[in-house]
Design a protein around this ligand. Sequence first.
Ligand code: ATP
Ligand code: MG
Length: 448
Amino acid sequence: MNEAPQTVSSVAILSTGDEVVEGRTVDTNAAYIADRAARLGLNVVAQLTVGDYPERLEWAWRTALGQADVVISTGGLGPTADDLTNETLARVAGVRLVLDEEQAERIRQIFQSLGRPMPDNNLRQAMLPDGAEIIANGLGTAPGYRLVVPSAQRHPVAIVLPGVPREMKPMMEESVEPWLGARLGGGRCVVSRTFQTFGMSESAVDEALEGLIDPEEGRVAFRASFPQISVRLTVIGEEAEAHSRLRLLGDRIAERLGPALYAEGDDATMEAVVGNLLRTRGLRLATAESCTGGLIGNRITDVPGSSDYYVGGVVAYSNSLKQSLLGVSKTTLAMFGAVSEETAIEMASGARKATGAELAVATTGIAGPTGGTVEKPVGTVAIALASAGSGGDGDESVQSKTYRLWGTRDWVKVLTSQVALDWVRRHLLGLDPLESNFGRRVTRRTRG
Ligand code: ATP
Ligand code: MG
């Protein structure tokens, strides 16, 4: 059998499918794979996209394999006649297609467990180029694989993954990346830490970290993925040394980011952080939402196990529901309006009373594009947090603040939900939520 190369330095990406080349499906697979490969310090030389035609696929495979040590492809592994990846690659590599019994059995079992008869076509998915090394697909029928494709003294490797992003990503992260990482060469290794921040603008984060890291020692990259800004530190070096440098430089960054740093890790979310804090403190949260329409509750319940700390909430969009379900007074609404700190305070307080939760967060605002006034333009949002005091029955403190947020209706909603969750986080960490410096602060107020 042909040997895979000991070291890998370049990668090409091949996306297949008529729907991708014709623009009906945006090629998120290529962007994702390119990003993951670049993070490893690999040279991404090209991205190719072709439709489901044997001769075009063959051209693309030969071209890509001629340019890079590794070609990573997605798509064309399905059971239908337009799924041509396996047969094309077998032809390019000059090997036969052989039935992989183990994969065939696995596909039969998937159908059996679904209680459905298996169309004969599905067995095609287990017909793989001779010499393929399986990359397990935990979520779908099509197996992925690696195949060495010798050509003119080189031994480039084809890495074949399914087109469905949900299936492809874990295969990339759990199998392909470790394989690539072990072949970076020169005893070199690439390690990184990602910090998630909220409450500072990108330029403020940039300023805070200016001059902190010598570019020779580590690379710092920012990514604004609304509504948070992440900072990624990447270090390349000999394994043990790289890890200790990463720890040292990363801790320096974390310290500089201060309370704006809410989590570390690529997939860390504010709702998960808040959930962990609530769980460890043994506290329960309720929500009283107006302009966010249930978004905060939705985000909190996206986290598995949130029933441990989230009791539920009230979406009180109308004034009458604010009164009847949350006990907001008619006078408050008449004097200050629905979008006011006074109303937010009574909403939060009312949610605690109605649910018995130790904490309640409330939002009321103008998401736009209509409904703004000179005094309260679109983006005006009041947030309040009510928490049980230490003085026993009925003791409560409530804080509220008005923000001027910006953007479209959905941005205002998402931003508001993020600020509200950040308030809960800060409160639980003993930080002052009112210090959460997002948007323009209009007023601030504390009661209790
Ligand atoms: P299946 O078994 O579902 O047929 P497959 O490996 O044959 O999987 P395709 O049929 O090419 O993959 O694509 C399946 C679905 O995955 C597409 O309908 C599309 O939604 C998504 N997809 C395919 N390629 C890409 C891509 N490059 N970027 C994002 N999504 C993609
Ligand atoms: Mg398909």
